[in-house]
Write a protein that binds this ligand. Structure first.
Ligand code: HMG
Ligand code: MG
Length: 297
């Protein structure tokens, strides 16, 4: 039986833009995020408080956070890698902090410059301080299926990280198919091992659509009772430290699937289309979402 309601987190302003070559002005980001805020989506990841030398596209996180018009029905979250990032994020205004690490040792080092073991105390401090400040905390785990450097990742590498992050106090965990390589049997295997251990309401699936598998992987996750997904408008995005990683699954395509299945999201597809057209025009390229292509061009 499929769920009746699914919650979507819009990650386009963060995961989408972090890998875009065309720079977008702070003003345009604010205008676009304000538009996204009126689509019915309940969570927007609006930027990253990481080292701006690593991700120059999001160097204006503070100005964006201060500039957006907050809709009280929306949770505004941002990526924070360490205590310094959390301080900046709290100044800029966040409802939620997203910490992140990888299940693969090599990807973790490339992405955040530390071993997995050295990452735990850093995240523990951030999680505890964010909770003390009354913020929602999500823990991202990248490369949960495959790593571009190490190959297949076993559920046995993912489960202990989930255990630690929950013990430190995260409210939920988002599992990243960072390089968009998983097929449904991999999703089934991971969820089969994970769901007896952790409440399914606290598990979010984060698929990239590099090989066109994201929608089928979402359908598979729905059959396991997963009701929370990350997606990015138009299918923007990637991961700068995962070679070949393409965009996130497109919000437009996820909504087409869910609404077609009779699953509610509270999101207005027409408003998502308008926000997709705006960003597509600003970036000057056709975005990969198939539903967007069918409707807008
Ligand atoms: P580091 O260089 O090891 O950090 O970076 P450090 O503590 O040694 O500091 C070095 C310099 O960075 C210092 O500046 C710090 O002040 C500065 P300096 O003295 O040299 O001038 N610094 C900062 N500046 C601003 N904000 C901060 C901050 N922290 C240190 N928060 C760090 C470690 C984690 C910061 C770095 O590796 C980094 O920024 N990495 C971010 C990488 C990233 O954003 N990757 C993409 C997001 S993850 C993703 O996309 C996957 C996901 O979507 C899920 C999926 O798809 O799988 C979530
Ligand atoms: Mg991602």
């Amino acid at each position: 039986k499929l769920p009746n309601f699914v919650q979507i987190k819009e990650v386009g302003p963060r995961d989408g833009l972090q890998n875009e070559k065309t720079p977008l002005s702070t003003e345009d980001k604010i205008k676009w995020i304000n538009m996204l805020s009126e689509t019915g989506v309940t969570e927007i990841e609006y930027s990253s408080f990481v080292n701006p030398k690593w991700i120059p596209q999001l160097a204006d996180a503070k100005e964006v956070g201060k500039g957006i018009k907050r809709n009280p029905n929306v949770t505004y979250s941002a990526l924070v890698p360490n205590q310094k990032g959390l301080e900046f994020a709290l100044e800029a205004g966040i409802d939620g902090a997203s910490v992140f690490m990888s299940a693969s040792e090599t990807h973790n080092r490339k992405n955040i410059n530390k071993s997995i073991d050295d990452t735990f105390p850093v995240l523990k401090e951030v999680i505890e301080n964010a909770k003390k400040a009354g913020k929602h905390v999500t823990g991202y785990i990248s490369t949960v299926f495959d790593c571009p450097y190490e190959g297949k990742i076993s559920p046995n590498q993912v489960i202990p990280i989930c255990e630690k992050l929950f013990e430190y106090g995260v409210d939920d965990i988002s599992l990243g198919d960072t390089i968009g390589s998983a097929v449904p049997s991999q999703v089934e295997k991971l969820l089969h091992h994970l769901l007896p251990r952790f409440p399914k309401e606290k598990i979010i699936m984060h698929f990239h659509d590099t090989r066109g598998m994201a929608i089928t992987n979402i359908f598979t996750s729905l059959q396991y009772g997963i009701t929370r997904f990350d997606s990015s408008i138009g299918g923007l995005g990637g991961c700068p430290y995962a070679p070949g990683a393409a965009g996130n699954v497109a919000t437009n395509d996820v909504l087409y699937l869910l609404h077609g299945l009779g699953i509610e999201t509270g999101i207005d597809e027409r408003k998502i289309l308008e926000a997709s057209v705006l960003i597509q025009n600003k970036l000057g390229r056709v975005l990969p979402s198939r539903s967007l292509l069918a409707n807008a061009n």
